[in-house]
Each structure stands twice: as C-alpha cells, then as structure tokens.
Design a protein around this ligand. Structure first.
Ligand SMILES: C[S@@+](CC[C@H](N)C(=O)[O-])C[C@H]1O[C@@H](n2cnc3c(N)ncnc32)[C@H](O)[C@@H]1O
Length: 225
C-alpha cells in the first residue's frame, strides 16, 4: 500500500493542512467542536491524526471513538490512550458504533460517487446529530503550483487518490435530500468549507448514560477492537 507523504505522520499531516487551509483549518475545528453538546459521546469518521479530539474534544466530549483507515494515525492515537479503530469505511459495511454525535471532517469526497451511503450509516449510528464539514473549493486545481500539487497528491491515504471533489452545489444537492433534518448549514470564513448539522433519526440515549452498553457490545459493529 503506497501512502502519500502527507499521511505518514500526524505532524506532517497537520503542517500540510495548515499550508493548504491556513487559518481556516483551525477555524473549522473550532466551529465543529462548538457544535458538539458538552458531555456527548462522539464518533469521528476519518479522524486522521485526531486533531479535533486533541485540541477541542478531550474535555468537551463524554466519550470519543475515532475511525480511520490509516494504521499510522490509529496507532498514534492509541498510544495516547484514545479509542481509535482501523476500518475501511468504503469497504466494510457492518453498523457503525453508536454515539450521540457522529461526525466527519474534510473526508466525504473520498466516498464519491456514492457518498449518500456513508451519510446513511452516520445517521443510523447517531443518537443526537450528524456533523459533516466538507471542502467546497478544490485545492487540487489551485493556480498556486505548490498548493495544487499538495492538493492532488495529498489525498492518498493508501487507497488511491480521490477522483472526485464536492462543489457547494454538489454538496447541497447530496444533503438536500435530508433538508427536513438540517439543524444548520453554514460556510466557514474563507468559504472553502461548508458545515451541515443533521438531526438524528433515533432518540438520544438517556441523560444518565451516554451509551447503551448492549448496543456497543453487539457483535459485528464496525471497528470493534
Ligand atoms: C483529508 S483527511 C481528513 C482528516 C481529518 N478529518 C481532518 O479534518 O483533519 C482524510 C482522512 O480520511 C481517511 N480515510 C480515507 N479513506 C478512508 C476510508 N475508506 N475509510 C476510513 N478512513 C479513510 C484518511 O486516512 C485521512 O485520515
């Protein structure tokens, strides 16, 4: 499996993201974290090196599970004591672990052309809300040569470069199918990314326990350690 340099270390990854997104990277993380009700259990899909968890959710979330295909990121997170699981979300299809908040940042494009399938899986796992933050400007076609090269080459976590990206129109078209569930939708300053918050389908877990142990122990849940 050949993995783009960007995905070989958490530090390298974060440096490249800062180069590509500048201040917007931190702003997106802050904006997304503020959408997590304090004390909620969180499932983050395509969590990467766990930047959101480390910077914003360590205190705020009641529990956190991160899923990613990249074994380096998963191993690094586990060394920090984070419940990180290696799952190929494009291939493996068992139900996702339940959580109050199920989220994904800057990763939905990797599931095109059938991104609706992963959105459905997220909705099935969420007890309160689904949060999706997605780039709507394709940096791979940037006129700045370095940014364009990183944007193109930096998308291969070891499963091949993603062939498709979202525009605002195509993201709105996909998530428009859930318009009756949209709690809010807004662009991050800089207009490079858009955030959608969808209301969950099933009722939230009782306040006394953020997770139902019977559900989290069921067999065949994606990413069971
Ligand atoms: C652009 S990065 C975003 C990381 C993080 N969410 C962030 O915003 O910094 C995309 C992430 O998706 C992961 N990924 C790509 N394809 C995946 C798949 N099929 N299943 C699970 N994770 C995947 C990559 O390993 C990478 O960490």
């Amino acid at each position: 499996m050949s993995t783009s340099l960007v995905y070989r270390s958490a530090l390298g990854y974060e440096l490249v993201m800062r180069l590509l997104y500048g201040a917007n990277y931190g702003e997106r993380m802050r904006a997304v974290a503020e959408l997590v009700p304090p004390g909620s259990s969180v499932l983050e899909l395509c969590c990467g090196p766990g930047t959101l968890q480390r910077r914003h959710l360590e205190e705020r979330a009641g529990a956190y599970v991160g899923i990613d295909i990249n074994p380096r990121f998963v191993a690094q997170l586990r060394r920090r004591g984070v419940d990180a699981r290696r799952v190929d979300l494009a291939e493996d299809d068992p139900p996702l672990p339940d959580a109050d908040v199920v989220m994904m940042q800057a990763s939905l494009y990797q599931f095109l052309p059938d991104a609706g399938r992963i959105v459905e899986r997220m909705l099935a796992a969420a007890g309160d809300r689904v949060i999706i933050a997605e780039p709507i400007r394709n940096l791979a076609s940037s006129r700045l040569p370095l940014v364009g090269r990183l944007g193109r080459r930096g998308t291969d976590p070891g499963v091949g470069q993603a062939a498709h990206r979202f525009t605002e129109e195509s993201l709105d078209a996909l998530l428009g199918a859930y318009r009756d569930r949209v709690i809010e939708a807004f662009k991050i300053p800089g207009n490079r990314e858009k955030v959608y918050v969808l209301a969950a389908r099933r009722p939230p877990a009782p306040a006394s326990s953020t997770r139902d142990p019977r559900r989290s122990r069921r067999s065949g849940t994606a990413g069971d350690p």
